[in-house]
Design a protein around this ligand. Sequence first.
Ligand code: SF4
Length: 257
Amino acid sequence: MILFDKIIFGPVKSRRLGVSLGVNLLPVDAKICSFDCVYCECGFNTRIKEASIPGREQVFQALEAKLKEMVKACELPDSITFAGNGEPTMHKDFEGVIDDTLALRDQYCPKAQVSVLSNSTHMHKPGVFKALNKVDQNILKFDSALDETVHRLNRPLNKSFTTAWQIEHFKKFNGNLIIQTMFIRGMLNDGIIDNTTDEEIDAWIKALQVIRPKQVMIYTFERETPTKGMQKISLTELNEIAEKVRTITGLDVAVFA
Ligand code: SF4
């Protein structure tokens, strides 16, 4: 599994975001997330080590230093992307960090997008909601509209987490969000997991019709997953799913395989 060993990492060439400069608001030596997805490329959750979570000032300094370096080399990022070793919105000062990042972006690389890849579990907090509304790409995870699948695939730490809650809060963005969905199938200890079945896709599309995001990103995993026996979904299948969404909802769908 891959852990990011710095606050600022990359730039990397991202399938979805182009030249992406990563910001990791989690520890550099452990993954911490409010989900524990069976496919997480950072591995499974580890114990929280508060001490190693970077403070707002530390993030500001590290990001400014890297952007200065990139400006000097004439290599500007397409996106400053919050991802890293877990869920970025769990950071205590997420809104402050986003404000700093938007200011640094305006100063050093005004054409870059500020993107957040989040699992959405903290979007109900006023500061997180405000911050997600300010960024250019508010990309929120929604792998299934069926609670049972979410609890087996994404494994939220909050056992009362429901997709109804998630959909209600997605609606509050009034379209200022991008839905990201990982399609996958495989065998878990308790049986087959597959979020591409007709039942899954029908429920997911119904939810998308209510959420009305500005885009839907669909993809399958890229690197090794901590759970063995997971299968990638082919580009052909992803394209079929995308076409179905476009036909039924008229939404913009981007496929990454
Ligand atoms: S939400 Fe993202 S970081 Fe969290 S466990 Fe799932 S894949 Fe990993």
